[in-house]
Ligand binder design. Structure first.
Ligand code: URA
Length: 241
């Protein structure tokens, strides 16, 4: 791998990598390396200001999905897809979405180049918790909280127990948080329909302990930090590369 590639693989932008290499702040095996094209071996130790860089083979991104986008890399009907929101440098990578959100649903979408990680995170067998902020019609009460906690018969499947927390009473509506450990088609909407309180707005805010960065406007994305990526790999029971 080239030195500049290796530095960007540690989560540093291409522009910064170029600057840091030119400034002699990047070392390879403890010697300053100013040639961005320097070929590294698998044993090379790359450091920035003396600190060893963790080189990532894979790229993981969080996106604040706006309404109107399909959670896919392409759409047969020509509808806008979430990968169109990625900056050019990321759009060249084979990033795929981790699960789906309905077109009208907003919030946290993870995209990764690691297919095995994506598979583990969406597999119902692993039961990773997904948290949503919801606004639904009418006034929720403790009975609704109990219905979610008991699990719910939805016709083609029985939803596992879910956690419903009422956070605010609005005019003719209720704001709440929902945590589910599955991700069946329209699951949250169907659970609210079932208790007679259709969803007005739905936004995902967390997956497996990784929270949507509140600094991201709708349509914006950023790379996951090492810590966030490590949390996902740990939740998926996989070694981080
Ligand atoms: N539940 C839904 O109903 N829709 C989503 O997009 C996600 C969860």
């Amino acid at each position: 791998m080239r030195l500049d590639k290796a530095v960007t693989a540690a989560g540093i932008s291409r522009k910064d990598a170029k600057r840091l290499i030119a400034a002699g702040r990047v070392t390879v095996d403890d010697r300053p390396a100013r040639d961005p094209g320097l070929q590294l071996s698998s044993a090379s130790r790359v450091a920035l200001d003396g600190e060893t860089l963790i080189l990532r083979l894979h790229t993981h991104v969080m996106l604040n999905k706006p309404a109107g986008y399909v959670s896919a890399t392409q759409d047969a009907h020509g509808l806008p897809v979430i990968t169109e929101l990625l900056p050019e440098a990321l759009s060249r990578l084979p990033l795929g979405p981790v699960g789906r959100l309905d077109r009208d649903v907003t919030g946290l979408m993870l995209l990764t180049t690691d297919g095995q990680l994506a598979h583990r995170l969406i597999s119902p067998r692993h039961g990773h918790v997904k948290r949503y902020e919801a606004v639904c019609e009418g006034k929720l009460d403790e009975n609704c909280v109990l219905r979610f906690a008991e699990g719910m018969e939805l016709g083609d499947f029985t939803a596992k127990p879910a956690v419903l927390t009422i956070t605010e009473e609005l005019d003719g509506a209720t704001r709440c948080l929902v945590e589910i450990s599955e991700g069946k088609f329209h699951q949250v909407k169907r659970m609210f329909e079932k208790i007679g309180h259709p969803i007005i707005r739905l936004k995902r805010v967390a997956i497996a302990g990784v929270f949507l960065d509140e600094a991201l406007e709708e349509g914006q994305c950023r790379l996951l930090t090492n810590d966030e990526a490590a949390r996902l790999y740990a939740a998926a029971g996989l070694e981080m590369e």
